[in-house]
Design a protein around this ligand. Structure first.
Ligand code: FAD
Length: 697
């Protein structure tokens, strides 16, 4: 019959779960031509992942919707440990803070995945001017990479055939409704859920059900979950294995006399297994319940058909006894077998097709990491693709997706392996009980686990995007090309130590922490991170130091003169018709008293550029000083930067620290950008008659 439609797209995203939506958000924020397809015909409304860690909320803030998360979610403050006493009866043995104190201005919160997907769809719609929206009921059927075109920037080397499904094909069978003991989900509808009516949001499949389309893409991102079709199409695999531990999950409104039901709890019973309590929004509580009665068969797989909500709930009642536990309303339930698997590779060898999220790592959900790490995967990848597509970055930066993220996945799997064992094991009866789990060890692991689970420990290794010493081989990368790239970026330990000493609390490879500073122009306090929006721009943070000292001012002036010269990387990378801050944004934080300092008198124009129509830019120069109403951020002290001499920091578009150096180190700063940007040669035609030139006349 009908000839299939043909089309071109820069980025095709397969799967609209958390990972796919984060990728689409970057494309929307960076103005990239992208499509996102999902085989399901509606987004999910209940259940699945619920935990948002501190780093994820910081990322949401950079995208512009952290305020909604903060308002609607339940904020968790404390973890209570419950263990058997000498008589074998559970009691509260310890309390620890839920989020490591001081690790971020956001603490861990919980809210269902459906709401998070909703914020993404709103955000993507807004930033893409309605050009990107999830196309549902669409299934990829073939994927071919044309190897002759993979090195060509203008080519569309990946061909994907898409088929539009019929409604019936695109409706997933829900475990809950498929089961005999189906839970009623009409009983309880939160006001948030009603707002979630999708009707007006979905772009209805434009073609008739069953029609085919051939899409030529420059890049494809497979975010299609644990059973990833894209992964299989690339011939890649997950490595790892399942354990014998089976757990059930229930989202319900508990009726109970257990005193800590509104705290996050880890309950280890003497003989009946373990339970985790996660207090949720809308009176709801999630229970993770170990199912000791269900054991895997000889093949290593558990028979899921035996697992019912009743069976799971009876297990919970036994663990939490002598406290009473009951419920009238259950929102969602599931069961899983703990296993830890990680993808052997995160991309095809040409870096044209990428895998992210559950498609490359699966593990138990108890540490609440699945959704967070999945979104953070594509938060790492999205801006790199966008800047390569715009011709700003070299294509070889794409190799850093695998070198940076595969190690994170591996760390996560190792952590989960350990944590699951400690959680699922029986508590030790006494010192001599070698098979039991030592509860002090569990507590220590929990505390360390919380630090890991915050997402703040992510520390990217050396490459042409992150200047630090180290060996690329440690990062699990495989290709010769990225091997070369990552070794080229080498810096000696000595040289690096000197640089890092300039900003002891701004570790290269980690995300830039946030402290409050004041706007020089109007004294309003801002968190530094609020000025690091996810708009695809690199940032140079100039810690200008004591700008009122003549020697220091001379150093800053020299630095700025070099930046402003026609040959500088800044001038060369900025398109002639764009503002000087369109590719690299420069933020200044100085340490002189605010009231003795003047924006226009003390700071070179390049630090607050002039526009003929808009005047000076008042949003770029900040001061580390006391605010009227919000205290003192003490940023220099907290960042470990010298108040006299300052330093320079390069921050990537995803807020990770790329380079630290001295204000006099301009050539080295330029080298950083030579390494990752596609800089036109010195002398190439650039219209430099804009911005600061106009001012001096
Ligand atoms: P997913 O969320 O799985 O999204 C993949 C998307 O791709 C889906 O929308 C799917 O429809 C689509 N897709 C799949 N195949 C194709 C295809 N061939 N073509 C087009 N589209 C396709 N995490 C927790 O932290 N806590 C929990 O309690 C928890 N419980 C979970 C329960 C279940 C039943 C599941 C499935 C997951 C659970 N997780 C939990 C894990 C968490 O949901 C995932 O880690 C997270 O959603 C991963 O995001 P993702 O975008 O990588 O994949």
């Amino acid at each position: 019959g009908v000839k299939p439609q043909k089309s071109n797209v820069d980025v095709l995203i397969v799967g609209a779960g958390p990972a796919g939506l984060m990728a689409a958000a970057w494309m929307a924020h960076c103005g990239i031509n992208a499509r996102i397809v999902d085989k399901r015909n509606t987004k999910i409304f209940t259940g699945q992942a619920d935990g948002l860690n501190s780093r994820t909320i910081e990322i949401f803030e950079s995208l512009g919707f952290a305020d909604r998360v903060w308002k609607e979610s339940n904020h968790m403050q404390e973890i209570c440990m419950w263990n058997p006493n000498a008589e074998g009866i559970i009691h509260r043995s310890d309390r620890i803070p839920d989020t490591v104190i001081g690790i971020s201005r956001f603490q861990q919160c919980v809210l269902n995945q459906g709401r998070i997907e909703r914020w993404f769809t709103d955000n993507i719609k807004k930033y893409s001017n309605n050009t990107i929206s999830v196309e549902r009921g669409v299934l990829p059927e073939s994927l071919v990479i044309d190897e002759s075109k993979v090195e060509d920037d203008d080519a569309y080397p990946v061909t994907v055939t898409l088929r539009t499904l019929t409604d019936e094909e695109a409706t997933p069978v829900q475990a809950a409704t498929a089961s005999k003991s189906a839970v009623s989900d009409g009983l309880f509808r939160s006001n948030l859920m009603q707002e979630d009516d999708e009707a007006g949001l979905l772009r209805k499949a434009q073609s008739r059900p069953g029609t085919e389309e051939i899409v030529h893409a420059k890049y494809v991102i497979g975010c299609d979950g644990a059973r990833s079709w894209t992964r299989r199409a690339l011939g890649l695999e997950l490595e790892g294995e399942a354990t014998d531990y089976i757990w059930g999950v229930m989202d319900l409104i508990p009726i109970t006399d257990f005193p800590d039901i509104r705290h996050r709890c880890a309950v280890h019973s003497a003989e009946n297994g373990s339970l985790m309590v996660i207090p949720r929004e809308n009176r709801m509580v999630r229970l993770y319940i170990q199912l000791k009665e269900v054991v895997p068969d000889a093949s290593g797989r558990a028979d899921r058909s035996k697992i019912t909500p009743d069976l799971i709930f009876r297990a919970a009642q036994k663990i939490i006894a002598p406290y009473k536990l009951d419920y009238e309303y259950c929102d969602w339930w599931t069961a899983y077998q703990i296993g830890q698997r990680v993808g052997n590779s995160f991309a095809d060898v040409h870096n044209r097709v990428f895998l992210a999220g559950d498609a490359v790592h699966t593990h138990s959900p108890k540490a609440g990491q699945g959704m967070n790490v999945s979104m953070q995967d594509t938060f790492n990848l999205g801006w790199k693709l966008a800047l390569v597509l715009k011709g700003i970055c070299k294509r070889d930066i794409l190799a850093t997706y695998q070198s940076e993220r595969r190690r994170i996945a591996q760390d996560l799997i190792d952590f989960d392996h350990k944590f699951s064992r400690l959680f699922s094991g029986r508590p030790a009866k006494d010192m001599m009980d070698a098979e039991g789990i030592d509860m002090e060890e569990f507590k220590r692991a929990f505390m360390r686990g919380n630090e890991f689970a915050s997402g703040m420990q992510v520390d990217y290794g050396p490459s042409n995007l992150v200047v630090k010493p180290g060996d690329w081989r440690e990062q699990g990368d495989r290709s010769e090309k990225s091997a070369k790239l990552l070794t080229e970026a080498k810096i000696s330990d000595d040289k690096f130590a000197k640089k890092q000493a300039l900003a002891t609390e701004i570790p290269v490879g980690k995300r830039l922490a946030s402290f409050k500073v004041l706007s020089q122009a109007d004294a309003r306090p801002w968190h530094v991170q609020e000025r690091l929006k996810a708009d695809g721009r690199f940032r140079i943070v100039l810690f200008a130091g004591n700008i009122l000292s003549p020697q220091q001012k001379a150093r800053v002036d020299r630095f700025c003169a070099k930046l402003d010269s026609p040959e500088s990387f800044l001038r060369r990378i900025t398109p002639a018709d764009k503002a000087i801050d369109s590719v690299i944004d420069i933020l200044t934080i100085h340490s002189s008293p605010r009231r003795e300092t003047e924006l226009l008198r003390d700071f070179p124009a390049i630090l607050h550029p002039f526009d003929q129509h808009l005047g000076w830019d008042y949003t770029k120069v900040y001061v580390d000083d006391v605010s009227y109403h919000e205290g003192f951020g003490d940023a220099y002290k907290n960042y470990g930067v010298d108040k006299e001499r300052g330093c320079v920091v390069v921050v990537r578009p995803d807020q990770y620290v790329a380079w630290v150096g001295d204000i006099d180190d301009f050539e080295d700063l330029e080298n950083y950008f030579e390494g990752c940007l596609r800089l036109p040669a010195v002398g190439a035609a650039q219209d430099i008659s804009i911005v600061t030139e106009t001012v001096s006349s």
